[in-house]
Design a protein around this ligand. Sequence first.
Ligand code: GAR
Length: 194
Amino acid sequence: MLSLVVLISGGGSNLRALLEASQDAEFPARVVAVGADRPADGLIHAEEYGVPTFSVAMSNFADRDAWADELLTQVLAWNPDLVVLSGFMKLLPPTFVAALAPNLINTHPAYLPEFPGAHAVRDAIEAGVAETGASVIVVDNGVDSGPIISQERVPVKPGDTEATLHERIKPVERRLVIQAVLDIANSHITLKDI
Ligand code: GAR
């Protein structure tokens, strides 16, 4: 059984999908804890499923490295096999990445390497593209630049706003991240070889 720590910053709809998947006795992974960098709304999903939570706010630390060291300590306390960044919007320093790599993955609402960064959906709308997508990647030290585990195209429709397009992308992200966790747990994917 693969143990997961999921890190979020926002509403946690992708987290909720992982929690729901974990309810199935056949699913080979369990969310053991959920962390956030703020009192994120999505922590409520973990509470609903009886999964412990932690929150480490950067504002309580002298700098990014000190914050990330404490976040790492909290993550490692759960001894996870895999850490999933699921809408976690802070950049993590190399020490954090190195401590977990390659068992650190990220979901992203674009077809990487197109539209990396924190505003991928808005950037796709502004670029006027006909399609964007969703990706699941291994985290490296760049911004959404790590090896791609899986990705899928999503159409941009006339009249789409950032919100409507994001709502079309998220179900694809959920499917991709659940499949990635399944494939990792079943050794169909070996992260260090991607
Ligand atoms: C998701 O679309 C995720 O890919 C994105 O934030 C959203 C979180 O939604 N992450 C990034 O943009 C990271 N660069 P959720 O909180 O409802 O799961």
